[in-house]
Write a protein of this length. Sequence first.
Length: 575
Amino acid sequence: MSSTIVAPELLVTASSELAALGSSVSSASAAAAASTTGLLAAGADEVSTGIAAIFAAHGHAYQALSAQVTEFHDQFVRALQGAGTSYAAAEAANVSPMQQALNAVNAPAQALLGRPLIGNGANGAAGQAGGDGGLLWGNGGNGGAGGAGQTGGAGGAAGLFGNGGNGGAGGAGMSGGAGGAGGILVGNGGNGGAGGIGVAGGLGGNGGAGGSAGIWGMGGNGGVGGAGGMGSTGVNPGPAGAPYSHASPGSAGADVLNGVAFSGTAGQTGTASGQIGGVGGHGGAATNSSTTTVEGIVGGKGGIGGDGGTGAMGGSGGAGGSATASSGPSELTALGGDGGAGGNGGPGGVGGTGGSGGSANAQNTTNRSAVTGGNGGAGGNGGTGAAGGAGGAGGTADGNQESSSTATGGDGGAGGRGGDGVGGGVGGHGGNGGAGGRGGWLIGDGGAGGAGGGGGIGGTGADAGVGGAGGDGGSGGRQGSRVPTMGDGGVGGDGGTGGLGGDGGHGGDGGAGGAGGLFGHSGGSGGGGSGGQGGSGGAGGLGGPGGYGSGGTASAGANGATGGSGHDGAPGQPG
């Protein structure tokens, strides 16, 4: 006994297309009527008239036949449309009793056992498990894809006959849902959901396990592991916002008559964010008396500037004390005090400026004099990613008019080194692939294990800070010394080293293949994920310019090294 299945919507579509075809044929026949039924004779003779009459008769016969065909076509189209309407009405009439009968069967089972006897399970909402299929017949619903912070929903299980639902994909960095179990008698297990891609530098989510079959069926495939997140880009800290506070300055050195003056003390270190390091105290001044026998007069050294707090610059170094020789033994010497070094900048803060060297003078004497200005203090090193401080200027030297006297300006201080850039973040580890589901214990192949996710790419390192400018050399001989000598300019500070590129993340391991049934094959193992590439290093900072005099320019800092690549993941175990 044969059976026929009728789709009402297809009948309606076919009738519409046939109606359009009939309209096209009728239009063509009407257009040809005038030229085929009203032929004129080629001449006035009887033969021409007879030929024209014969062709006109053929035209009239065609038009009559065309009218009959059109009537038949219209009747056929109306019959086809009526059949579609009748089938649709019959189908609608039958749906309600069948649904009522199905509801009558499912309602007690739903109330007692929590699931219907016949029917497919509903698909899960975001991150929720799919519904189980009917106890007798029905497929499990698919699990919903996970949202932010959600794992994928598990696929619903089938009953006696049916396939398990597929697991939902995991949200960012979360695991995919497991596939639902296939029917106890016949049915395939659902596939596991894919793991979510990791957030910046985070782990990729693991793939969900494939669902197992019952007696007869294929195990579900394991889900693919999510890729690890890309490492974060190195970002140098910036300067703290205003208002800034200041750490306590250092104390000034005491002045001394006939000897070496006392040095200034160091400025205090900034302890709070945005607190600038304290300024170093200036060195004490040194002078001599008319009755002294001391030849060496030395100014005190400036105190070191305090280091800055987070986001704040280092304190400036204290200025060196002056040295003045106005009388004394046969040869007078005066040496200005050296300037104090600038304090180092806090993270993101510029290095402090070096203190200027103290001046040296020879006054009111005709004795031979040798005076030298103090050297400028070195600039402080820049904090992370920030510029180094400028070196202090060398002290001036003013000699007297004696022919063999010398006056030498102090050397400028070296510029501070630029701060190194922050390294890039490490790429995230790829998620592991899900295990394949077991095939039917009697007949069925195991599911394939999911591939491991690739490791994340390492982050790019930040650029380094520039070196500080060298201090200018001090001038010599401004009061007429016969041998004036200018001090050397300070060397510019070296640029900082660029931040190291982040290492790539390791690839995830492949999932194990599912075991096959008594008559079946084991599932293939999933391949391991590829390791991520290392991130690029940041650019090295430029060297600072040398100070005026005979100073040199320092070299630029080195670029940051590229991060290492991650290791590939291991393949999964065979089923």
